[in-house]
Design a protein around this ligand. Structure first.
Ligand SMILES: C[S@@+](CC[C@H](N)C(=O)[O-])C[C@H]1O[C@@H](n2cnc3c(N)ncnc32)[C@H](O)[C@@H]1O
Length: 479
């Protein structure tokens, strides 16, 4: 199979050893099973391990898109005692009515599997079609419209479908998937009020099992008549019996550490604090410069002679993360004071800057994001009065570190940030010192830590930062 097809169909079969470890963990948890369901069974490794671990399960429903794999699975299971009760369908997950197919199965159900780990942007890049309908691109746009997200995992869609299909039944879903997918599926099920009696997440080493560097887990989610507090036990290894942490759903959102959150929940603001992001211009080669020996060089290394008026010292997100915020050799062309400002005035105020922008007008006009459409030429975003505040407290949204840094004026001008950093403006250095000190330790730090999932692609978000009430945090820190 070509690499492209392997990615599109997530063709990374679960090794037999991991399949057996998964089933051993399920037995240890006393997960019951009268019927076994494998929605994307591949060559049947997980299904075979499940029937071996549950010899009393007499019924099975297995599906697989790849005809050869479905045939291999049939052959493999032909000699086991439950063989007569097992149906292996060569079928597309997305064209299967799961609720109907699973309806006659005796309970409790065990839905076990390892669905493909591909997401819609990877599918788009390889022109893959393995999405909810045949019309792939329309379907993916449909998913985006539905979820409001631009990044959607195929397995997330599959798991959500399975959760909906077992609603109201005694069932366990035990799936190998990305940790981010498991969290989103749980959050959706909790938000919808599904009766989940227990949820567990076991981290697995995806490098040794699948030669993939992905944060992955076994999600074990039991459904039944009794709902537990919306909480999931997190285990560092499949063999562990004691959770290292619990995450859950509190006050309408996923919380990374429910115990820590319970301790500091009173610091949550009722009106979110507005953390700002740095300037977005999507054209670093033109808009960003290095200054050496008093001269500015653009992204092509060309020297440019511009007026000082629109140039501001820049601290990149990486510099913020590294704590290198007191000086910089980077500068940015800031063409507006506020979003939407008329850029035409640059012509008379700074004619050389205007000529430079004209020289690169085509490239700037070609910027892909739709936010630049019907805007004055050379527009930027993430700019306002706050951009020009003399002092700031900033954090990088790119790095997995809860470290807030003070930024002050440099070369007589306020430092500006790129759009991957978040900050709060301050008027004085003393205010910035107090704020950074408060955010970096004690109650504020613990409250924010309770919210953030460090294995997420971008764990730090303006939305999470904004939940900390600064006044309450200050008072709590002073206690
Ligand atoms: C990660 S492999 C896992 C196979 C098996 N569950 C296991 O754990 O050994 C994913 C499997 O899903 C199958 N698959 C991918 N897309 C599918 C779809 N739309 N419908 C059914 N099966 C699909 C692939 O052919 C592949 O065998």
């Amino acid at each position: 199979m070509s690499d492209r097809r392997r990615i599109e169909f997530g063709d990374f079969q679960t090794p037999d050893s991991l399949a057996r470890d998964v089933c051993r963990a399920l037995r240890r948890l006393r997960i019951p099973a009268a019927s076994i369901v494998e929605p994307t069974c591949g060559i049947g490794n997980l299904a075979a391990a499940a029937f071996e671990a549950y010899p009393a399960a007499g019924v099975g429903r297995l599906a697989e898109l790849n005809a050869d794999y479905a045939a291999q699975t049939r052959l493999r299971l032909a000699t086991i005692p439950a063989a007569g009760g097992i149906e292996v369908r060569e079928a597309d997950f997305f064209r299967t009515d799961w609720q109907e197919w699973l309806a006659p199965l005796p309970e409790p159900l065990l839905v076990i599997g390892n669905p493909p780990w591909v997401n819609n942007s990877q599918l788009g890049a390889i022109s893959g079609q393995n999405a909810p309908t045949k019309n792939n691109s329309a379907a993916l746009r449909g998913i985006e419209a539905l979820t409001g997200k631009s990044n959607f995992d195929v397995s997330e869609w599959m798991l959500n479908t399975l959760v909906d299909s077992v609603a109201g039944r005694r069932a366990t879903i035990a799936m190998l998937c990305k940790t981010s997918v498991a969290r989103k599926v749980l959050a959706r099920a909790w938000a919808a009020g599904r009766s989940i009696s227990s949820a567990r997440m076991y981290l697995i080493d995806s490098t040794s099992s699948f030669d993939a560097s992905v944060d992955a887990c076994l999600l074990v989610c039991r459904f039944g008549s009794r709902s537990s507090p919306r909480r999931c036990d997190l285990f560092a290894r499949l063999a562990d019996t004691h959770p290292c942490r619990q995450f859950g759903f509190r006050d309408g959102r996923l919380i990374a550490d429910t115990r820590l959150y319970a301790r500091w929940r009173h610091l949550r603001s009722s009106a979110p604090v507005r953390w700002r992001s740095g300037i977005k211009h999507d054209c670093a080669k033109v808009m960003e410069f290095r200054r050496t020996g008093g001269r500015y060089f653009n992204g092509w290394g060309q020297p440019v002679a511009l007026e000082e008026e629109y140039l501001f010292p820049l601290v990149k997100s990486s510099q913020v993360a590294a704590g290198l915020t007191t000086e910089t050799d980077r500068w940015m062309l800031v063409t507006q004071r506020r979003v939407g400002d008329d850029t035409g005035q640059i012509r008379s105020r700074a004619p050389r800057t205007w000529r430079y922008l004209q020289l690169h007008a085509e490239r700037l006009g070609r910027r892909r994001s739709s936010i630049y459409r019907n805007r004055p030429p050379f527009s930027i975003f993430g700019v306002g009065q706050y951009t020009f505040a003399p002092w700031k407290v900033a954090i990088s949204g790119l790095y997995k570190k809860l470290a807030f840094r003070k930024l002050g004026p440099y070369a007589g001008k306020p430092l500006v940030l790129d759009d991957t950093a978040y900050f709060l403006p301050c008027t004085t250095e003393a205010e910035a010192d107090r704020l950074a000190g408060m955010l970096n330790e004690g109650p504020s730090h613990e409250f924010l830590s309770s919210l953030l999932f460090w294995d997420a692609k971008r764990p730090i978000t303006a939305d999470a930062l904004g939940l900390l009430d600064l006044e309450l945090a200050r008072a709590a820190g002073a206690e």
